[in-house]
Design a protein around this ligand. Sequence first.
Ligand SMILES: NC(=O)c1ccc[n+]([C@@H]2O[C@H](COP(=O)([O-])OP(=O)(O)OC[C@H]3O[C@@H](n4cnc5c(N)ncnc54)[C@H](O)[C@@H]3O)[C@@H](O)[C@H]2O)c1
Ligand SMILES: CC(C)[C@H](C(=O)O)[C@@H](O)C(=O)O
Ligand SMILES: [Mg+2]
Length: 348
Amino acid sequence: MKANIVILPGDGIGPEVTAAAVECLRAVAKNHGHDFQFAEHLLGGCAIDTEGTALPESTRAACLAADAVLLGAVGGPKWSDPKAKVRPEQGLLGLRATLGVFANLRPIKVHARAAALSPLKPERLAGVDILFVRELTGGVYFGEKTRTPEAASDLCRYSVIEIERVLRRAFEFAQARRRKLTSVDKANVMETSRLWRETAVRIAAEYPDVKLEHQLVDSMAMLLLTRPADYDVIVTENLFGDILTDEAAVLCGSLGLPPSASLGAGKVGLYEPIHGSAPDIVGQNKANPLGTIASAALLLRYSLNLEAEAQALEAAISATLDAGIFTPDLGGTYSTQQVTAAVLEQLQ
Ligand SMILES: NC(=O)c1ccc[n+]([C@@H]2O[C@H](COP(=O)([O-])OP(=O)(O)OC[C@H]3O[C@@H](n4cnc5c(N)ncnc54)[C@H](O)[C@@H]3O)[C@@H](O)[C@H]2O)c1
Ligand SMILES: CC(C)[C@H](C(=O)O)[C@@H](O)C(=O)O
Ligand SMILES: [Mg+2]
């Protein structure tokens, strides 16, 4: 098949990890007779430096016209002055809104050898397989912001429609998995959470085969580390999902491992690792590329409908981890390029 894939390397380690994922996608295309065309565009700090804006119009147009978008990461100390007028992260939020990708899937799978590096006890990690569905285009990220010299505010707003559509996605994923859905909120304090919970209860009637449970976000943060194998699909609002998924990455052994797929009602999906631009290791050939390569596998699955190819790439990642070919975040001595070469070898 033919596919046009937009690559947004972004900032920090973004270019290193997207280069690795593109090599893997090229290998998949070659092995399976596909024609993937790649076009690189600017997003984030690199776009601010050259275009004065974090999401240039040319990038927006290219993403809207693509079959899928693969992103590295944006941001870094160069653009982090609290008084800065434009920020790299605004470009990413603008892109998510432009593509309407309201459901951010963040699968947390535990690979035994990598998870041995986790501070958690191995018996707690056995059988962990969680799918986070993070709402991505609403909540405090997109509410009105105010600032005076004395005070600041960020509005957290959710409409019923925004809650319903992401919950439906989560119920559908739960139906195809172990049929358990945990909805995480802060309904004891927040009005948006009370609306979220009420909506979840109402929508649950449409999915009688799925067991719905509610969990407050503070205790969820604890349970994720004490009883992670109890969870199947976890659905939550934007900010809670951001925080809980970085925490969940600890179960995998490194923040460099979990991928993500952001999907909406439109045709273009956005794929990115859950980690950031890792300014502390940039340019050292140390970044773990597997989260981005696994995001490329999700791109094959969800945007291109190439399930066999997605599984082949996931198997190659798994075999690389089986062989203990680890970047330093997993306690290894292999470089970004060596890990990528190992995945490519597995793909052959
Ligand atoms: N999607 C995104 O573009 C995205 C996501 C998160 C953070 N950020 C941005 O990244 C910048 C840095 O944020 P931060 O330091 O809080 O978080 P971070 O995720 O960039 O880094 C946190 C820690 O994890 C390590 N790490 C992250 N990814 C790694 C990888 N692939 N391999 C090995 N180690 C890895 C880093 O070296 C660092 O020690 C900020 O500007 C933030 O806004 C962007
Ligand atoms: C960079 C930032 C805006 C982003 C978020 O909070 O969504 C990141 O942390 C993520 O998890 O993708
Ligand atoms: Mg985050």
